[in-house]
Design a protein around this ligand. Structure first.
Ligand code: GLP
Length: 263
């Protein structure tokens, strides 16, 4: 794992978008795992700019989103399908049929989860999975005690998560669905590469527990420590509780792979 600390959320998002763009340029048929949430809005805005200005080409890509609220239809403005269309898909040249977001409005969520896992398999697996973190330590909607080997399934959301995401539902926690469909931790760990973006001081404590604490099902994001190729991009505020930052800063300042991103 590498932890890279950038001065502010904008620069952290910019670096994340640059890494995604390089992977697409190196492999035009990249299978890209995507995440939602406020943190990712800047990343998608950067990717849209790169598409418009530099012709970043998504036409060969397939995407798989981490999660979706159960009970929301695709045209509900609170659904993650709607979020993805608004922030990314409507503004780039990706075929709508190549964008996979779990359907939270189906009657049979178990069948939907199985269909999604099969689609990932058919696509040849996820090359690069983008991740955020919730204050409960979740990746996707893998709430505490999610098995590290879990696959895509339905999951009850913690009150903490529903409170955290209430701002996106007009501030009313009661309007936040109680359940979601989510890629499993094991599904996420199957991706060839992980890219975790974390910004803001509200995430500082959980980030330190995820990256430097013990691997535990209580903090699903700590499972990224098991992955052979994981980059964690954070801003100063989110880095506040990290113990090892001298080393992380040294890596960014000295390792050749980061040279082109140093100013
Ligand atoms: C939701 C998503 C997570 C995401 C989290 C962070 O809960 N299911 O995948 O990491 O939001 O959201 P934000 O970036 O808004 O803090």
């Amino acid at each position: 794992m590498e932890v890279i600390i950038r001065p502010d959320p904008q620069q952290a998002a910019w670096l994340t978008a640059q890494l995604i763009a390089r992977r697409i340029q190196a492999k035009p048929d990249l299978v890209l795992g995507l995440a939602t949430g406020r943190t990712m809005e800047r990343v998608y805005a950067e990717l849209v700019i790169m598409h418009r200005r530099n012709g970043l080409d998504f036409s060969g890509c397939k995407t798989f989103n981490l999660d979706e609220y159960i009970g929301l239809t695709a045209d509900d403005p609170h659904s993650y399908r709607y979020y993805m269309n608004q922030h990314l898909f409507n503004h780039i040249n990706i075929a709508p049929g190549h964008t996979y977001v779990l359907n939270g409005a189906v009657a049979d969520v178990k069948a939907e989860a199985a269909r999604f896992e099969a689609a990932i398999h058919t696509a040849g697996g996820i090359d690069l999975q983008l991740l955020g973190i919730g204050e409960s330590g979740h990746i996707g909607f893998n709430e505490p005690l999610s098995a590290i080997m879990s696959r895509t399934r339905d999951k009850a959301l913690t009150p903490a998560t529903r409170r955290q995401n209430a701002a996106l539902f007009g501030g009313d926690m009661e309007r936040v669905p109680k359940r979601a469909l989510t890629m499993g931790v094991g599904t996420i760990l199957d991706a060839s590469e992980l890219l975790l973006l974390v910004t803001g001081k509200s995430k500082a404590d959980i980030l330190a527990r995820a990256v430097e604490g013990p691997i535990t099902a209580m903090v699903s994001a700590s499972a990224v420590q098991l992955h052979a190729s994981c980059k964690v991009i954070v801003d100063e505020a989110a880095a506040a509780c990290l113990q090892g930052r001298d080393y992380y800063d040294w890596i960014f300042a000295n390792e050749p792979e980061w040279a082109e991103f140093r100013s």
